[in-house]
Structure formats: structure tokens, C-alpha cells
Design a protein around this ligand. Sequence first.
Ligand code: PEP
Length: 256
Amino acid sequence: MRKPFVAGNWKMNTNSYSAVALAKDVASGCSDIAGHKIDVAVCPPFVYLQAVAKALSASSVAVGAQDLYFQQEGAFTGEISASMLKDVGCAYVLCGHSERRHIIGESDELINKKVTAAISGGLLPILCVGEKISERETGQTEQVVARQIEEGLAGLGAEKVSAVTIAYEPVWAIGTGKTATAQQAQQVHSFIRKLLSQMYGEKLAQEIRIQYGGSVRPDNAAELMRQEDADGLLVGGASLKKDAFLAIIQQAAEKG
Ligand code: PEP
């Protein structure tokens, strides 16, 4: 039985006041939502991680970072290591979010180093994968997602991969208002689980959580979560509005 997992990616939004206020609102809303049935995390910008972690310290809501660098320390101006993220209270870290792949230009090789460094540093990585619209339209969805997973997890044994959550986020659905249909999402989630089974065996494949992300809202969360291989949601825009995010969490918790 996989425990549902909802994470909110705040991207480059909020400020020192609104980040803490939103975190507190999410925490108090989650205390009414049977906390034991679902894992919830928020991923604020780096500079607000510590304040948000402090605001959430007595709650069931975890903190995640939106990125990390793979080196442990040294002359890497502007970068943040796994141990720094642990130090300020992070449990999770996004790796290979589509905005980092397609705006910043991160490669599968770099993302693999980040996933590896996250696990070595005691963090739980959320490896984001997903195809562009041109790739979907030319029938390459499975090929792209398989490459991102195989290369993103390269060199990691089953023991380490058990720390990973996969987030399937079709690029064409992120921040666009276009959600994949629940059937489209299920098709890819099921493909991912089969791939994980080939890579690591059926037992581990059944344990790894697969989130869907891409314009998740309160009005589509329940249908997405009803799919067999949907274990959670990675929420961008709607995670910045406490009522919308809590409504999404509530619906995901019903699967728990
Ligand atoms: C995301 O940032 O991972 C995301 C899915 O964004 P949105 O929900 O806004 O599409």
C-alpha cells in the first residue's frame, strides 16, 4: 500500500512574510485532514526554506527544496548542497523539474548526479520526468520518459532507489491550464511502474510512489487520484492558494 504524497512547488513565488503565512495555513489545514493518511510537503524558494521549516516544525507537513547541487561543498558560487538543505530542515528535494530541464538546460546526466547526491545526503528526491508536446504528438512519450528515468537513476541500486518518488509531469501541462486526462496520466504511470519493475523487480516497483503533476486543481485532483498508479500529486500554481491546495490534499488523502 503506497501512502499518498502531495507536494506543493512554490517555484519563484512568495516573500519572507507570505511564505511563512502560507506554510502555517497549510499546516493548520492539514491537522484537520487525518495527517497519518497522507504525506504532504511544500517546496519554497531556497531563501525561505529555513523560516518555512521553523513554521512547520510542529506539524506533519514536510519541507522540500526545488533543486540542489551535486557537490558537497566548495567553490560553486550560487549553488546549494544536500547537506545545506538537510541542515535547514529539508526532507525532500525536486530533481529535474521541467523548468530546470527546459529553461535552465539541465541534462539527464546532471540530474542523475543531483539524485545521487540527494540520496547520499539523506534527502528524498522527487525525480520529475515528462514529455514535451512535440514528443507526445510524434509518439515518443514512453521513449522520453524511459530515458529520463533510466538516466536519472543510473548507477543507483534498489536500496537507494527506494528513497525516490517519481513525478510524471508532461511539459505541456505544467502551468498551462491543460491537464492530462486521468487516462493519459494512468497510461504513463503504468508504463513507469512496468519500467521500474524491469529495472528493480516487482516488489520495489510496487513500493515507489508516482505523482502526477501539471495543472492539478481541486476540480481534477480526485479523478487523477482515482487511477490505479496515481500515488500523489505535484502541484505548482494551485499550491500557492491555501484553499485550493488543502482541497487537493483532502482529495488525495481519501485514497490513503
Ligand atoms: C509544477 O510546478 O510542478 C507544476 C505541475 O505546476 P502547475 O501545477 O502550475 O502546472
